[in-house]
Design a protein around this ligand. Sequence first.
Ligand SMILES: [Zn+2]
Ligand SMILES: [Zn+2]
Length: 571
Amino acid sequence: MARMDRTGVARSLEQIASYLDFKGENPFRVRAFTAAARSILGFPGDLEVAIADGSLAQVKGIGPAILQIVKELVTTGRAGILEQLRDDVPAGLVDMLGIPGLGVAKIRQIQETLGIETLPDLEAAARDGRLAALPRFGTRTAEKILKGIAFLRQASQWRLSHHAAQEAESFREAFARLPHVLSAHTAGEVRRRCEVVQELVTVLVADVPPETVFRQLSTLPGVGEIAGEDERRATLRFAGGGSVQVIVTPPQNFGAVLVQATGSEAHLAALAAHAAAKGFNLAGAALWDASRFVATPTEADLYQTLGLPWIPPELRERGDEIARPVPALVELPDLRGFLHCHTSASDGSNSVAQIAQACHAAGYQYAGITDHSRAAAYAGGLSVDAIRRQWDEIDAVNAKLSGFRVLKGIESDILVNGALDYPDDVLAGFDFIIGSIHSRFNLTRDEMTDRVCRAMDSPFLTIVGHPTGRLLLSRDAYPIDLSRVLAKASETGVAIEINADPHRLDLDWRMLAEARQHGVMISIGADAHNIAGLANVDFGVGIARKGGLGPDDVLNCRDAAGFLAFARARR
Ligand SMILES: [Zn+2]
Ligand SMILES: [Zn+2]
């Protein structure tokens, strides 16, 4: 099994580039590593396979030296060059790169003029005005840096859902192979499919006492410390950072233990109150009828004994889910259309044909291509000529495909006055249009809401993309009145996106009940920039499920004709 996945390899290559940059290395060498990181992220195949069969060596940007480093990362999880560089460059400087808006040049300026090499020193300088006084800085930059430091701190405890899910799965696989472990299950926030995750929790069903399992766990490679919480729970800390809580249970009590390990606290409190009202006692991660232990080999047994249907983990958040009927939630195979996808025509890395092929193979019936519009020049936004070339490209791809269709779309910037980014005669040529905000985040809440509502007045708009602009753990949402946006969407027949990029997951699931009340259609958009981005969709489905959505609430669960009818109904 690979020791490091695609994202990890790309991140390591990017780190090497930053370190080299700090050391004042040849800019071409620095750029070679950044380019390689991008190629790895966009590489459609399996890395391990591509190394073995030599095809990775053929990829643009992967020369022999970098290939060697990629091999090392994939097989061992580390790279000698990176470890050497870590010794050479103060770690605090590299941490500073995680602060939005702070690049190598500025960090070097701070180091050289103020002698600052750590985050606490940087924070002090941002507070006492030294930073603001530097040339090209000013108070606004200093304030931004303070905010960035706060985000970094938060991010060190929290991780994004896709990283957490991967980490949890690799632990689960390793634990499941231990002797006397009958099965291993991921619980906690990952199982509830939360958008950010603080703690990883795994439940192990074993036919031996917990201490025997803990002894085995402590011998696993990489385990630095094992701290017992009580006789059946322990936290494993790994030498390379990272930790996981492990709970061991015998089979007959697995249901109650898994429910407790999955949470949330509000759900468990509501469940305990419900159990008490029925004459049961849900205590110490077991169910009791007076003083008699009730076996719960599965979660369904537990809920059923309490007179409840099994509640999907995604819904176990606020506690009120216990009092409501359980809705039929949308599942990944319900999605027929793959939406929100960038190609190499703007800032993506695959062609229309490559995306169509990958989506077809993944079981979709249609894909909606949405490159950036011309105002997004930084992201290679398309000129009117480039759009016409892409339409020809799509027509050619469609002519060769049967049982699959590529739709002509665009992710149009919503300009500051609320207009879409092309004249109406160009807009009319698209099958559908996503409108998104990518600039001028500094409007007031009313101005921002008006801007989005004005865009919804255009008969060509189909979907509002990533409606709050948030980047999880790194950038707050811009101020916007979502209730007003949802009311307007309902009135105008525009859909609202759940952007499934795990950095965004925007619209937030907490707003979905209100969207549903308004009858607003939700579209799940991958915001893919390469074929690997197909994997985003599942995170969007998780958010839709957390919000209680079924297939009828999701626009791209419709077939291509139904989807196009929705778009056309507004024109
Ligand atoms: Zn966007
Ligand atoms: Zn996008």
